[in-house]
Design a binder for this molecule. Structure first.
Ligand SMILES: [Zn+2]
Length: 411
């Protein structure tokens, strides 16, 4: 749910690219005074379920129920969802909680219920900014009962939501798949003569095909043959394709033939700092946008703040995606390092595209070299990477994508 608030903010500006910087600017410029939802909890009560929403500030709210499917809707305004909030699991009458942005700075909380319920506001403990609802299967079915007419007004049913308008323009997610090395650069070579550049291309092709078979996703290969592509050019190709994620596929090498297992890397803080310096120095000669925002008309301080925001957002997204991929790779074979690694690899340096580099296995380990050449194993690697990517995007759908449209609560 992390990105839902962000989705709303940026989708008003543009639907593409789903740059991180754009939405961050809007966070910075967003009008003050919107209450933050810090926590959303469900608890069992006698005969029903209680919803407790913790807020930073007072909000206007409206409460109503809708049918097909049956749901209780709570609109808050002005309000945003704290990015740390984890929505509660099913509890009692509520089988799902969804949260999405509303036009005009509001936030909608939808409780999917499996039967008709009575929803009632109850006073929270004195001095606490909580909004508490009790859902029961009362006699008076299908009615939202306002406890206080001042703050709770039944709203007209089926008001249009912001997400509905963006549906026709919804786009596919783009994933740049980068086969490491190529052409004159064979990468590492195993004892039996297997070249890393061939294995990476094979896995990258399978991965791209798998991605293209997914609903709402498409793949772009940075190379699709045995030729050399400079590292910066790989980043450039991903940027031109307006990729939402960059995944570089490699095979590892080390002197000790016993070393085995996969590792996943994201950009290190040091790598990001040096890249930021480069972007700032080059910005007047470059027409590149960072997250859809031009840096060349900004003064130094503003440009560096914007770049820093974009980079930190991209880096934290990279880490989340990398952890998902690492978890999936762990199911396929050995994992060399149980935690995501950080390094200054050039291909990871896009300031606004979350980027991962996957060392699929050690080509210098004879058993792993054999596996890397095996088509079945290549497919299993591709499947694991896709599973990680899919799970990342389902939790963090970029604004304007079909996935985001699917994830957004219906009115
Ligand atoms: Zn490599």
């Amino acid at each position: 749910m992390r990105s839902l608030v962000a989705s709303d903010l940026s989708s008003r500006r543009r639907t593409r690219p789903a740059g991180l910087l754009g939405l961050l600017c809007l966070f910075v410029l967003a009008p003050a005074g919107a209450a933050q939802v810090h926590d959303v909890r469900l608890a069992a009560i006698s005969g029903g379920t209680r919803l407790d929403v913790a807020l930073s500030d007072a909000v206007t709210d409206s409460l109503f129920t809708l049918d097909n499917p049956t749901r209780v809707v709570l609109d808050l305004k002005p309000a945003t969802l704290d990015r740390q909030v984890h929505l509660p699991a099913a509890q009692g009458l509520v089988h799902r909680v969804r949260v999405g942005p509303r036009e005009g700075g509001g936030l909608r909380i939808v409780l999917d219920v499996d039967r008709q319920v009575v929803a009632r506001r109850v006073p929270a403990a004195a001095g606490e900014r909580h909004l508490v609802l009790e859902l029961t299967t009362g006699d008076a079915v299908h009615a939202a009962v306002p406890a206080s007419p001042v703050t709770v007004a039944p709203a007209p049913a089926a008001a249009p939501v912001a997400v509905a308008k963006t549906l026709p323009a919804a786009r596919d997610l783009t994933i740049a798949v980068d086969a490491g090395h190529g052409g004159d650069d064979p990468g590492a070579t195993g004892r039996d003569g297997t070249h890393e550049k061939d294995v990476t291309l094979a896995v990258a092709r399978v991965l791209a095909a798998r991605i293209n078979a997914e609903h709402g996703m498409r793949a772009v290969l940075t190379r699709d043959g045995d030729y050399f592509v400079p590292l910066r050019e790989r980043i450039h190709r991903a940027r031109v394709a307006q990729a939402d994620l960059f995944v570089s596929v490699h095979a590892d090498a080390v002197r000790d033939p016993n070393v085995a297992g996969a590792s996943v890397y994201v950009l290190s803080a040091r790598g990001a700092t040096s890249e930021a310096a480069k972007w700032l120095a080059d910005r007047e000669n470059s027409a590149d946008l960072v997250g859809g925002v031009s840096l060349d008309d900004k003064d130094n301080v503003l440009a560096s703040v914007l770049l820093d925001l974009s980079q930190s957002a991209a880096m934290s997204s990279s880490m989340v995606a990398a952890e998902k991929v690492l978890t999936e790779l762990n199911q396929v074979g050995e994992v060399r390092k149980a935690r995501v690694q950080q390094a200054g690899f050039v291909v990871l340096k896009s300031p606004d595209i979350p980027s991962l580099l996957i060392e699929t296995a050690y080509i210098t380990n004879p058993a792993e070299e054999r596996r890397l050449r095996d088509e079945k194993y290549q497919s299993r690697l591709a499947d694991a990477i896709l599973a990680g990517v899919r799970s990342y995007f389902h939790e963090n759908p970029p604004p304007g994508t079909r996935l985001a449209a699917l994830a957004a609560p219906q009115p």
